[in-house]
Design a protein around this ligand. Structure first.
Ligand SMILES: Nc1ncnc2c1ncn2[C@@H]1O[C@H](COP(=O)(O)OP(=O)(O)OP(=O)(O)O)[C@@H](O)[C@H]1O
Length: 775
């Protein structure tokens, strides 16, 4: 029987004893309450009221809110009444002052009770959402302390009871027990693989691993690396290459026992060599292949990036039987089809590509429309700039790729034995059939940590390599004692600047000029002085290769026109306004140093690797942190140094800096160019603007065509870029015979479109001129 006895009750004796104790306690409480009621309201504000009121207080959230944000005004009102002075000195709110009279029970509505209520509400109010904790660790929002100061000291300090003069009142804890404790920080609940990544060093100048130290890499590839000036692996390469080679060491097929390699995610700073981290192992793994099939597919967001990666593959597949094909839409579909498959009378279609580098749109086109294009032998799916690619998942390119890689059950194929089926439950039957695994490899400098987003990729036992130390584990424990922020920046973006001198007011930390400034910079400026700051950076500080980002192609174009008209700077523009061929040419010229200033949209913000960019200017502040990380990552690549300047309007300053601070970005150094320096360029700028104005007014059509040619370096002068007074001379060379719009009327879209606007959309010139000028 004892086995089934549940001791819910302690027994009759214990129950009696407990009952007697409870009864005595209840009697005591009732007596205390009666005494307090008899004593009258004067005693209501002290600690004797504790027991009876505390449970009611939490039902008044509005009063608490009011106390945080109401500031001193409410306190000042409360001070008008007797007994309400103490709270007024701390802070208070209008609602707070009124509330006790409304809510308090009859018999407790005296002044003393109200004063107690107010004291609690004000002293213990938590910070409002969105306010940062004060520096001394207290959570009181700055605004409320300012308001409290504004409220000033009590009008008649002498009337304040001595026990209420300093610190929060003792009875503050009575009403609901909301102490001054800091609200616990919510930790993201991450799966183990995200919370505990394999750590990778982020300093590409210090944590180098000599090539000989990774003997798994094929000797031919080692030779090629050396031939291209690479004698050591960067940290991310030293970590990822052996891991990938190990997973590919067992050949293409899943062996008996269900071997299937883990998918890899790599998060490392910009310019840390992620491309080679996948190129080397993929090439080495495919060297063993016997039949040409698409075995590696690399998907990237832009054509330029795809081109860049295919170039790297070409270098390392040179003198091997492997073939790399680029499908981005730069050529016609038919041409690309010819390079992917060849029709054969004997066996239908013959594959011509081992490695396909593609943009998602064109890849789906080939899956749909290219006969014989098969992904059934795909071994590696590399997703570069993975966070961006996840964002473009609405195009459903990934499900299409996966569907093409795993044939349906009904597919009839003579080689079906060697093909894979959709991953399923591991059984003896499923593992006895040899299969080819599909391994996904994700790379980005800003890889998302959002498990929901990553889940869309259907990763298999993912393994994360990251430059950031482990953070919140599945249990919510924070093991990150030195979190370097949300994303890591290249080390070269935080070393001293050695170019230029003077022309700047002391920075926020009293530095005289940016030569001493170690980190990212921002320049507070007005809209119309932005071009002057850019010119100042170019002309005064002597940078020779500058990448300047705007938020739209219209802004890029306007700035380009102005700098071009100003003269003295070789400038070009990069945006979707130009065709792929022109864009390629522009990037090439920029890399060769023929263009000093490249004004670009975010088309070049990700992945583009141009050697020797010394300075990145955010002419328009980026809206998102990720955009900032990628833009500034165009400089300080591969261990080099670089600088980043962000031009901020007054209205943008607070939000932008807060966004960066919250993400743990190194503090931005404030730089203010001296007015005298900027004014030096303002005369030239005004002249350029009036020149621009005349040009647009007189010859809008030809003006446009010519400016486009100049930008692409394909002008009539044999591709030479216009420099000194470029626009003026360019306009003079156009000749008087060229037609144009009637003076006084200029298309409104003239400055915003690559082609002359239709005559129907017109606006009077002065308006358009203003538009052009408001850079
Ligand atoms: N081990 C190495 N030694 C020297 N240079 C290297 C090494 N690995 C890569 N590089 C060079 O570093 C530069 C940046 O490499 P890569 O473009 O792969 O960076 P990334 O990490 O992909 O950057 P992003 O995140 O901006 O795309 C390239 O010019 C590349 O040639």
């Amino acid at each position: 029987m004892a086995l089934f006895h549940v001791a819910r009750y302690a027994g009759p004796e214990a129950a009696e004893a407990a009952g007697a104790e409870a009864g005595a306690e209840a009697d005591g409480r009732a007596r205390a309450l009666l005494e307090r009621l008899h004593a009258g309201p004067e005693s209501g504000s002290d600690s004797s009221s504790r027991g009876s009121r505390s449970p009611r207080r939490p039902r008044r959230p509005r009063a608490r809110r009011g106390s945080g944000g109401g500031g001193g005004r409410g306190g000042a009102r409360a001070a008008g009444r007797p007994g309400a002075r103490r709270p007024r000195a701390a802070s208070g709110g209008k609602r707070t002052a009124r509330r006790p009279a409304q809510v308090g029970p009859a018999g407790r509505g005296g002044d003393g009770v109200r004063a107690g209520d107010l004291g609690l509400l004000e002293a213990d109010a938590p910070p409002l959402p969105g306010f940062c904790p004060a520096e001394n660790g207290e959570e009181a929002p700055r605004e409320s302390s300012v308001d409290a100061e504004a409220a000033g000291p009590p009008e008649t300090p002498g009337e304040q009871p001595p026990d209420e003069a300093g610190g929060p009142p003792a009875h503050a804890l009575l009403l609901g027990g909301f102490g001054r404790s800091r609200a616990p920080k919510v930790q993201p609940f991450l799966p183990t693989w995200l919370a505990e990544p394999s750590c990778v060093g982020k300093n590409v100048t210090e944590d180098l691993v000599p090539i000989e130290d990774i003997p798994e890499v094929h000797p031919d590839l080692q030779r090629k690396l050396r031939a291209h000036g690479i004698s050591s692996y960067f940290p991310v390469q030293a970590a990822v290459i052996p891991a990938l080679l190990e997973s590919a060491a067992q050949g293409f097929l899943v062996g008996r026992g269900g071997y299937r390699p883990r998918d890899l995610c790599v998060s490392a700073p910009t310019g840390s060599g992620k491309t080679l981290a996948f190129v080397i192992p993929v090439v080495q793994a495919l060297l063993q292949r016997a039949v040409c099939q698409v075995r590696a597919l690399v998907v990237l967001p832009t054509k330029e990036l795809a081109q860049q990666v295919s170039k790297v593959f070409n270098v390392y597949t040179d003198a091997t039987p492997l073939r790399v094909v680029l499908v981005t839409g730069q050529k016609s579909l038919a041409k690309e089809q010819e390079s992917l498959v060849q029709e054969s009378r004997v066996d239908g279609f013959r594959c011509l590509a081992d490695i396909v580098v593609a943009t998602p749109g064109r890849l789906v086109d080939h899956i749909d429309q290219t006969p014989g294009f098969s992904l059934q032998h795909l071994r590696f799916l590399v997703i570069d700039e993975a966070d961006r690619m996840i964002d473009s998942m609405h195009q459903s390119w990934l499900p299409r790729v996966v569907a093409a890689a795993f044939p349906g059950e009904g597919a009839k194929d003579p080689f079906a034995l060697l093909q894979r089926r959709q991953p399923q439950v591991v059984t003896a039957a499923s593992t006895c059939r040899p299969q080819m695994p599909l391994q996904k490899l994700l790379f980005s400098a800003t890889l998302t940590q959002n498990p929901e987003k990553l889940q869309q990729l259907g990763l298999h036992q993912p393994w994360l390599f990251s430059t950031r130390p482990a953070r919140g584990g599945p249990g919510g424990t924070d093991v990150d004692t030195d979190s370097g922020g949300k994303y890591a920046f290249p080390a070269g973006l935080s070393v001293s600047w050695v170019h230029g001198s003077g022309g700047w007011l002391p920075g926020a930390r009293g530095r005289a000029n940016p030569t001493l400034s170690p980190q990212h910079h921002y320049v507070p400026c007005r809209l119309r002085s932005k071009p002057l700051v850019v010119l100042h950076l170019i002309l005064h500080l002597g940078f020779s290769r500058i990448l300047c980002f705007t938020n739209s192609r219209e802004n890029s174009h306007r700035l380009f026109l102005l700098v071009q008209a100003f003269g003295g700077v070789t400038v070009a523009e990069f945006s979707s306004r130009y065709g792929p061929g022109q864009r390629k040419g522009i990037l090439k010229q920029f890399e060769q140093g023929k263009i000093q200033l490249l004004i670009s949209t975010d088309a070049t913000a990700r992945g583009i690797d141009v050697q020797g960019v010394q300075l990145v200017v955010n002419y328009d502040a980026p809206q998102y942190l990720r955009t900032y990380v990628h833009r500034v990552g165009r400089t300080a690549r591969a261990g080099k140094t670089g600088q980043a300047f962000t031009l901020l309007l007054r209205v943008q300053e607070r939000r932008f800096l807060r966004m960066l601070t919250e993400a743990g970005v190194p503090e931005l150094e404030r730089q203010t160019p001296l007015a005298s320096c900027c004014s030096r360029w303002s005369r030239g700028t005004r002249k350029a603007l009036s020149q621009l104005e005349r040009a647009v007014k007189v010859r809008p059509r030809r003006f446009w065509e010519h400016s486009r040619l100049l930008a692409a370096g394909l002008g009539r002068r044999g591709g030479r870029m216009e420099a000194e007074g470029g626009l003026g001379r360019a306009l003079r060379t156009m000749g008087p015979s060229l037609g144009g719009q009637a003076p006084g009327e200029v298309p409104a879209r003239c400055l915003l479109s690559p082609r002359p606007a239709r005559p129907s959309v017109t606006a009077p010139w002065p308006e358009t001129a203003k538009h052009a000028v408001s850079l």
